[in-house]
Design a protein around this ligand. Structure first.
Ligand code: GLA
Length: 401
Protein backbone atom coordinates (compact mmCIF):
# COMPACT_ATOMS: atom_id res chain seq x y z
CA UNK A 1 0.00 0.00 0.00
CA UNK A 2 1.38 3.43 -0.92
CA UNK A 3 0.80 5.99 1.82
CA UNK A 4 0.23 9.65 1.03
CA UNK A 5 2.42 12.37 2.54
CA UNK A 6 -0.21 13.32 5.15
CA UNK A 7 -0.63 9.72 6.30
CA UNK A 8 3.12 9.21 6.56
CA UNK A 9 3.44 12.50 8.43
CA UNK A 10 0.94 11.18 11.01
CA UNK A 11 3.00 8.01 11.46
CA UNK A 12 6.18 10.06 11.88
CA UNK A 13 4.46 12.24 14.47
CA UNK A 14 3.23 9.18 16.38
CA UNK A 15 6.74 7.72 16.31
CA UNK A 16 8.12 11.04 17.50
CA UNK A 17 5.84 10.95 20.57
CA UNK A 18 6.76 7.34 21.26
CA UNK A 19 10.52 8.10 21.13
CA UNK A 20 10.63 11.54 22.75
CA UNK A 21 7.41 11.63 24.77
CA UNK A 22 4.18 13.51 24.19
CA UNK A 23 5.24 16.76 25.96
CA UNK A 24 7.75 19.29 24.73
CA UNK A 25 5.49 21.50 22.64
CA UNK A 26 4.83 21.85 18.96
CA UNK A 27 6.18 19.30 16.47
CA UNK A 28 7.11 20.82 13.11
CA UNK A 29 6.82 18.50 10.11
CA UNK A 30 8.79 19.04 6.91
CA UNK A 31 9.01 17.15 3.62
CA UNK A 32 11.77 17.26 0.98
CA UNK A 33 11.66 15.27 -2.26
CA UNK A 34 14.30 13.22 -4.05
CA UNK A 35 14.97 13.92 -7.70
CA UNK A 36 15.23 12.36 -11.13
CA UNK A 37 17.27 14.17 -13.73
CA UNK A 38 15.59 13.96 -17.14
CA UNK A 39 18.66 15.17 -19.01
CA UNK A 40 21.84 17.19 -18.38
CA UNK A 41 24.15 14.76 -16.62
CA UNK A 42 27.44 15.87 -15.04
CA UNK A 43 26.86 19.34 -16.46
CA UNK A 44 26.05 21.04 -13.14
CA UNK A 45 29.66 21.24 -11.92
CA UNK A 46 30.65 22.55 -15.35
CA UNK A 47 28.44 25.62 -14.89
CA UNK A 48 26.03 24.07 -17.41
CA UNK A 49 22.35 23.23 -17.78
CA UNK A 50 20.23 20.51 -16.18
CA UNK A 51 16.58 19.45 -16.38
CA UNK A 52 15.60 17.53 -13.22
CA UNK A 53 12.25 16.98 -11.52
CA UNK A 54 11.52 16.75 -7.80
CA UNK A 55 9.75 13.41 -7.32
CA UNK A 56 6.92 11.98 -5.25
CA UNK A 57 9.39 10.00 -3.15
CA UNK A 58 10.47 12.11 -0.23
CA UNK A 59 11.98 12.49 3.23
CA UNK A 60 9.72 13.50 6.08
CA UNK A 61 11.32 14.99 9.18
CA UNK A 62 9.73 16.00 12.49
CA UNK A 63 11.43 18.63 14.66
CA UNK A 64 10.96 19.92 18.20
CA UNK A 65 13.25 22.28 20.11
CA UNK A 66 15.02 21.08 23.27
CA UNK A 67 16.09 23.16 26.23
CA UNK A 68 19.71 21.93 26.20
CA UNK A 69 22.18 21.98 23.32
CA UNK A 70 21.84 18.33 22.27
CA UNK A 71 20.51 17.12 18.96
CA UNK A 72 18.76 13.75 19.29
CA UNK A 73 18.02 11.95 16.04
CA UNK A 74 15.90 8.90 15.38
CA UNK A 75 15.75 7.20 11.99
CA UNK A 76 12.42 5.47 11.39
CA UNK A 77 13.86 3.49 8.45
CA UNK A 78 16.85 2.14 10.35
CA UNK A 79 15.19 2.06 13.82
CA UNK A 80 18.31 3.68 15.21
CA UNK A 81 19.20 6.74 17.26
CA UNK A 82 22.11 9.13 17.33
CA UNK A 83 22.89 12.05 19.61
CA UNK A 84 25.43 14.87 19.46
CA UNK A 85 26.06 18.28 21.06
CA UNK A 86 25.65 21.43 18.94
CA UNK A 87 29.12 22.60 19.94
CA UNK A 88 30.95 19.35 19.13
CA UNK A 89 29.69 18.16 15.76
CA UNK A 90 31.89 15.52 14.18
CA UNK A 91 31.62 13.38 11.07
CA UNK A 92 31.22 9.74 12.07
CA UNK A 93 31.25 6.60 9.97
CA UNK A 94 28.62 4.77 12.04
CA UNK A 95 25.04 5.95 11.55
CA UNK A 96 26.23 7.55 8.32
CA UNK A 97 22.71 8.92 7.58
CA UNK A 98 23.17 11.28 10.55
CA UNK A 99 26.05 13.06 8.80
CA UNK A 100 23.67 14.80 6.36
CA UNK A 101 21.75 16.33 9.26
CA UNK A 102 24.96 17.16 11.14
CA UNK A 103 26.53 18.71 8.05
CA UNK A 104 23.70 21.17 7.57
CA UNK A 105 23.62 22.12 11.26
CA UNK A 106 27.39 22.55 11.21
CA UNK A 107 27.34 24.80 8.13
CA UNK A 108 24.45 26.90 9.47
CA UNK A 109 26.31 27.43 12.74
CA UNK A 110 29.41 28.35 10.80
CA UNK A 111 27.21 31.06 9.25
CA UNK A 112 26.57 32.25 12.81
CA UNK A 113 22.95 31.22 12.80
CA UNK A 114 22.15 30.51 16.41
CA UNK A 115 20.37 27.21 16.96
CA UNK A 116 18.93 25.49 20.03
CA UNK A 117 19.11 21.76 20.69
CA UNK A 118 16.39 19.66 19.08
CA UNK A 119 14.76 16.26 18.74
CA UNK A 120 14.33 14.97 15.21
CA UNK A 121 12.68 11.93 13.64
CA UNK A 122 13.44 11.12 9.98
CA UNK A 123 11.52 8.83 7.65
CA UNK A 124 11.90 8.43 3.91
CA UNK A 125 10.64 6.44 0.93
CA UNK A 126 13.39 7.43 -1.49
CA UNK A 127 15.39 4.27 -2.21
CA UNK A 128 18.81 4.71 -0.58
CA UNK A 129 21.91 4.59 -2.77
CA UNK A 130 19.83 4.43 -5.96
CA UNK A 131 20.94 7.82 -7.30
CA UNK A 132 17.62 9.52 -6.50
CA UNK A 133 19.22 11.96 -4.03
CA UNK A 134 17.96 10.75 -0.69
CA UNK A 135 20.93 12.50 0.90
CA UNK A 136 20.13 15.88 -0.69
CA UNK A 137 16.54 15.44 0.54
CA UNK A 138 17.76 14.95 4.14
CA UNK A 139 19.92 18.06 3.85
CA UNK A 140 17.15 20.20 2.43
CA UNK A 141 14.54 18.94 4.92
CA UNK A 142 17.00 19.68 7.74
CA UNK A 143 17.61 23.21 6.45
CA UNK A 144 13.88 23.94 6.13
CA UNK A 145 13.28 22.51 9.61
CA UNK A 146 16.05 24.65 11.13
CA UNK A 147 14.60 27.72 9.48
CA UNK A 148 11.11 27.02 10.80
CA UNK A 149 12.39 26.28 14.30
CA UNK A 150 14.72 29.25 14.60
CA UNK A 151 12.76 31.74 12.51
CA UNK A 152 15.70 33.17 10.57
CA UNK A 153 15.08 34.41 7.05
CA UNK A 154 17.18 33.31 4.12
CA UNK A 155 16.68 33.29 0.36
CA UNK A 156 15.88 29.77 -0.95
CA UNK A 157 18.92 29.82 -3.27
CA UNK A 158 21.12 30.64 -0.25
CA UNK A 159 19.67 27.60 1.58
CA UNK A 160 20.42 25.42 -1.45
CA UNK A 161 24.04 26.65 -1.52
CA UNK A 162 24.50 25.91 2.19
CA UNK A 163 23.11 22.39 1.73
CA UNK A 164 25.54 21.80 -1.12
CA UNK A 165 28.35 23.18 1.05
CA UNK A 166 27.37 20.72 3.80
CA UNK A 167 27.64 17.84 1.34
CA UNK A 168 30.94 19.13 -0.12
CA UNK A 169 32.71 20.15 3.06
CA UNK A 170 31.19 18.08 5.86
CA UNK A 171 30.16 14.85 4.15
CA UNK A 172 33.08 15.10 1.73
CA UNK A 173 31.20 14.49 -1.54
CA UNK A 174 32.14 17.03 -4.16
CA UNK A 175 28.67 17.18 -5.79
CA UNK A 176 27.24 19.98 -7.93
CA UNK A 177 24.16 22.01 -7.03
CA UNK A 178 21.42 20.21 -8.98
CA UNK A 179 20.10 17.79 -6.35
CA UNK A 180 19.69 20.24 -3.48
CA UNK A 181 18.33 22.88 -5.86
CA UNK A 182 15.49 20.82 -7.26
CA UNK A 183 14.70 19.26 -3.87
CA UNK A 184 13.94 22.76 -2.56
CA UNK A 185 12.67 24.55 -5.66
CA UNK A 186 11.05 21.78 -7.76
CA UNK A 187 7.57 22.40 -9.12
CA UNK A 188 4.57 20.11 -9.40
CA UNK A 189 4.06 18.68 -12.91
CA UNK A 190 7.09 20.59 -14.16
CA UNK A 191 10.75 19.97 -14.80
CA UNK A 192 13.25 22.64 -13.69
CA UNK A 193 15.44 24.05 -16.44
CA UNK A 194 18.33 25.27 -14.33
CA UNK A 195 21.33 27.31 -15.35
CA UNK A 196 23.92 26.08 -12.84
CA UNK A 197 26.03 29.22 -13.26
CA UNK A 198 23.52 32.02 -12.78
CA UNK A 199 21.11 29.76 -10.83
CA UNK A 200 18.28 31.21 -12.90
CA UNK A 201 15.63 28.60 -13.47
CA UNK A 202 12.48 28.07 -15.44
CA UNK A 203 9.78 25.51 -14.67
CA UNK A 204 8.96 23.63 -17.89
CA UNK A 205 5.57 21.88 -18.11
CA UNK A 206 5.77 18.11 -18.59
CA UNK A 207 3.53 16.07 -20.86
CA UNK A 208 0.22 15.04 -19.32
CA UNK A 209 0.72 11.81 -17.28
CA UNK A 210 -2.48 10.52 -18.86
CA UNK A 211 -0.44 10.21 -22.05
CA UNK A 212 3.16 9.81 -21.02
CA UNK A 213 4.75 8.54 -17.81
CA UNK A 214 8.16 8.97 -16.27
CA UNK A 215 9.20 5.47 -15.28
CA UNK A 216 12.34 4.87 -13.26
CA UNK A 217 14.02 1.45 -13.14
CA UNK A 218 16.41 0.66 -10.31
CA UNK A 219 19.27 -1.60 -11.40
CA UNK A 220 19.74 -2.67 -7.78
CA UNK A 221 23.45 -2.01 -8.18
CA UNK A 222 24.96 0.54 -5.80
CA UNK A 223 28.23 2.31 -6.28
CA UNK A 224 29.52 4.99 -3.93
CA UNK A 225 29.25 8.51 -5.36
CA UNK A 226 32.01 9.65 -3.06
CA UNK A 227 34.13 7.08 -4.88
CA UNK A 228 37.04 8.40 -6.79
CA UNK A 229 35.48 8.32 -10.28
CA UNK A 230 33.12 11.28 -9.73
CA UNK A 231 35.93 13.50 -8.51
CA UNK A 232 38.17 12.24 -11.27
CA UNK A 233 35.60 13.37 -13.89
CA UNK A 234 35.55 16.81 -12.29
CA UNK A 235 39.31 17.02 -12.56
CA UNK A 236 39.27 15.83 -16.16
CA UNK A 237 36.80 18.58 -17.06
CA UNK A 238 39.04 21.15 -15.38
CA UNK A 239 41.97 19.84 -17.34
CA UNK A 240 39.91 20.21 -20.53
CA UNK A 241 39.20 23.84 -19.68
CA UNK A 242 42.92 24.52 -19.11
CA UNK A 243 43.78 23.06 -22.52
CA UNK A 244 40.95 24.81 -24.36
CA UNK A 245 41.83 28.16 -22.76
CA UNK A 246 44.92 28.26 -24.97
CA UNK A 247 42.59 28.59 -27.98
CA UNK A 248 39.59 30.16 -26.26
CA UNK A 249 41.11 32.41 -23.56
CA UNK A 250 37.75 33.85 -22.47
CA UNK A 251 36.23 30.54 -21.27
CA UNK A 252 35.80 29.86 -17.56
CA UNK A 253 34.10 26.48 -17.72
CA UNK A 254 33.03 23.93 -20.36
CA UNK A 255 29.68 25.68 -20.34
CA UNK A 256 31.32 28.49 -22.29
CA UNK A 257 32.39 26.25 -25.17
CA UNK A 258 29.85 26.08 -28.02
CA UNK A 259 29.67 22.81 -30.00
CA UNK A 260 31.13 24.43 -33.13
CA UNK A 261 34.20 25.72 -31.22
CA UNK A 262 34.71 22.30 -29.72
CA UNK A 263 34.58 20.74 -33.17
CA UNK A 264 37.30 23.19 -34.21
CA UNK A 265 39.63 22.89 -31.21
CA UNK A 266 38.70 19.58 -29.52
CA UNK A 267 41.33 17.62 -31.43
CA UNK A 268 44.08 19.44 -29.57
CA UNK A 269 43.04 17.69 -26.33
CA UNK A 270 44.43 14.40 -25.00
CA UNK A 271 42.13 11.55 -26.11
CA UNK A 272 40.32 10.81 -22.78
CA UNK A 273 39.96 14.49 -21.88
CA UNK A 274 38.55 15.15 -25.33
CA UNK A 275 35.80 12.56 -24.86
CA UNK A 276 34.91 13.90 -21.40
CA UNK A 277 34.64 17.45 -22.76
CA UNK A 278 32.70 16.33 -25.82
CA UNK A 279 30.06 14.85 -23.52
CA UNK A 280 29.68 18.05 -21.50
CA UNK A 281 29.64 20.42 -24.48
CA UNK A 282 27.06 18.35 -26.36
CA UNK A 283 25.01 17.50 -23.26
CA UNK A 284 24.49 21.21 -22.57
CA UNK A 285 23.22 21.58 -26.11
CA UNK A 286 20.94 18.55 -25.63
CA UNK A 287 19.41 20.15 -22.53
CA UNK A 288 18.48 23.36 -24.34
CA UNK A 289 17.12 21.33 -27.25
CA UNK A 290 15.13 19.16 -24.83
CA UNK A 291 13.53 22.24 -23.31
CA UNK A 292 12.57 23.45 -26.80
CA UNK A 293 11.19 19.98 -27.67
CA UNK A 294 9.08 19.88 -24.51
CA UNK A 295 7.70 23.34 -25.25
CA UNK A 296 6.78 22.23 -28.77
CA UNK A 297 5.37 18.93 -27.45
CA UNK A 298 7.85 17.16 -29.68
CA UNK A 299 8.22 14.19 -27.36
CA UNK A 300 9.83 11.89 -29.91
CA UNK A 301 12.64 14.43 -30.27
CA UNK A 302 12.96 14.70 -26.49
CA UNK A 303 13.13 10.89 -26.25
CA UNK A 304 15.88 10.68 -28.85
CA UNK A 305 17.89 13.35 -27.03
CA UNK A 306 17.62 11.19 -23.89
CA UNK A 307 18.90 8.22 -25.90
CA UNK A 308 21.83 10.26 -27.23
CA UNK A 309 22.62 11.41 -23.70
CA UNK A 310 22.93 7.81 -22.51
CA UNK A 311 25.14 6.86 -25.41
CA UNK A 312 27.48 9.72 -24.61
CA UNK A 313 27.54 8.94 -20.88
CA UNK A 314 28.48 5.39 -21.80
CA UNK A 315 31.08 6.03 -24.51
CA UNK A 316 32.46 9.50 -23.82
CA UNK A 317 32.00 10.13 -20.11
CA UNK A 318 32.25 6.44 -19.14
CA UNK A 319 30.03 6.59 -16.08
CA UNK A 320 27.58 3.89 -17.11
CA UNK A 321 27.93 0.21 -16.22
CA UNK A 322 26.81 -3.16 -17.55
CA UNK A 323 23.52 -3.15 -15.60
CA UNK A 324 22.55 0.40 -16.66
CA UNK A 325 23.33 -0.37 -20.30
CA UNK A 326 21.32 -3.57 -20.10
CA UNK A 327 18.35 -1.79 -18.53
CA UNK A 328 18.46 0.88 -21.23
CA UNK A 329 18.78 -1.69 -24.05
CA UNK A 330 15.83 -3.67 -22.73
CA UNK A 331 13.71 -0.52 -22.45
CA UNK A 332 14.53 0.78 -25.91
CA UNK A 333 13.25 -2.41 -27.51
CA UNK A 334 9.86 -2.17 -25.83
CA UNK A 335 6.91 -0.73 -27.70
CA UNK A 336 5.81 2.68 -26.37
CA UNK A 337 9.22 3.79 -25.04
CA UNK A 338 10.21 7.21 -26.39
CA UNK A 339 13.55 7.49 -24.61
CA UNK A 340 15.68 5.75 -21.98
CA UNK A 341 18.87 6.77 -20.22
CA UNK A 342 20.80 6.44 -16.98
CA UNK A 343 20.07 9.20 -14.49
CA UNK A 344 22.26 10.72 -11.76
CA UNK A 345 25.97 10.22 -11.24
CA UNK A 346 26.03 6.72 -12.77
CA UNK A 347 28.11 3.65 -11.84
CA UNK A 348 24.79 1.97 -10.95
CA UNK A 349 21.53 3.42 -9.68
CA UNK A 350 18.57 4.08 -11.93
CA UNK A 351 17.46 4.63 -15.50
CA UNK A 352 14.73 7.09 -16.49
CA UNK A 353 12.31 6.17 -19.25
CA UNK A 354 9.58 8.03 -21.11
CA UNK A 355 6.78 5.55 -21.65
CA UNK A 356 3.36 5.94 -23.28
CA UNK A 357 0.70 5.57 -20.59
CA UNK A 358 -1.08 2.59 -22.17
CA UNK A 359 2.20 0.68 -22.46
CA UNK A 360 3.50 1.07 -18.91
CA UNK A 361 2.21 -2.22 -17.56
CA UNK A 362 3.70 -4.27 -20.37
CA UNK A 363 6.91 -2.24 -20.03
CA UNK A 364 7.23 -3.25 -16.39
CA UNK A 365 6.62 -6.94 -17.12
CA UNK A 366 9.23 -7.07 -19.87
CA UNK A 367 11.88 -5.14 -17.94
CA UNK A 368 11.41 -7.30 -14.85
CA UNK A 369 11.61 -10.54 -16.80
CA UNK A 370 14.53 -9.69 -19.07
CA UNK A 371 16.61 -7.94 -16.42
CA UNK A 372 16.18 -10.86 -14.02
CA UNK A 373 17.16 -13.32 -16.72
CA UNK A 374 20.48 -11.56 -17.31
CA UNK A 375 21.41 -10.42 -13.79
CA UNK A 376 19.37 -12.49 -11.31
CA UNK A 377 18.32 -9.18 -9.74
CA UNK A 378 14.63 -8.29 -9.31
CA UNK A 379 14.54 -4.61 -10.32
CA UNK A 380 12.27 -2.14 -8.58
CA UNK A 381 10.29 0.07 -10.93
CA UNK A 382 8.74 3.41 -9.92
CA UNK A 383 6.18 5.40 -11.87
CA UNK A 384 6.97 8.91 -10.76
CA UNK A 385 5.47 12.35 -10.92
CA UNK A 386 7.02 15.80 -10.66
CA UNK A 387 6.28 17.21 -7.24
CA UNK A 388 6.60 20.52 -5.44
CA UNK A 389 9.94 21.18 -3.70
CA UNK A 390 10.46 21.02 0.08
CA UNK A 391 8.32 22.73 2.66
CA UNK A 392 6.39 22.44 5.87
CA UNK A 393 3.63 19.82 5.89
CA UNK A 394 0.36 21.52 6.62
CA UNK A 395 -3.03 19.83 6.99
CA UNK A 396 -5.85 20.48 4.54
CA UNK A 397 -7.13 23.55 6.33
CA UNK A 398 -3.67 25.06 6.17
CA UNK A 399 -2.98 24.61 9.88
CA UNK A 400 0.24 23.06 11.05
CA UNK A 401 -0.07 19.38 11.86
C1 GLA B 1 25.16 13.59 -8.57
C2 GLA B 1 25.58 14.95 -8.03
C3 GLA B 1 24.99 16.05 -8.91
C4 GLA B 1 25.32 15.83 -10.37
C5 GLA B 1 24.97 14.40 -10.80
C6 GLA B 1 25.41 14.09 -12.20
O1 GLA B 1 23.80 13.41 -8.43
O2 GLA B 1 25.13 15.10 -6.71
O3 GLA B 1 25.44 17.30 -8.47
O4 GLA B 1 26.65 16.14 -10.64
O5 GLA B 1 25.56 13.45 -9.93
O6 GLA B 1 24.67 14.82 -13.12
Amino acid sequence: MVLKTGERAQLVKAKFKEIFGAGGGKITLVRAPGRVNLIGEHTDYNDGFVLPIAINQEMIMAFQPRLDNSVCLYSYNFSSSHQFPLDGIKYETEESWANYVKGVIYIFQEREISLSGMNIVLEGNIPIGAGLSSSAAIEVATAVGLQLLSGFTMEPVEIVKLCQKAENEFVGVNCGIMDQFVSLLGKKDKALFLDCRSLDYEPVPLPNPEHLRIVVCNTGVRRELSGSEYNKRRRECQEGVSHLKKRLPEIKALRDVPVRDFEKYGDSLPETIKRRCKHIVEENERVTQSVASLKESNLRRFGSLMNESHQSLKDNYEVSCRELDLMVDIARNIDGVLGARMTGAGFGGCTVNLVEEGKVERFQEIVKEKYWKETKIHPEIYILQAEEGAGEILNKTGEKR
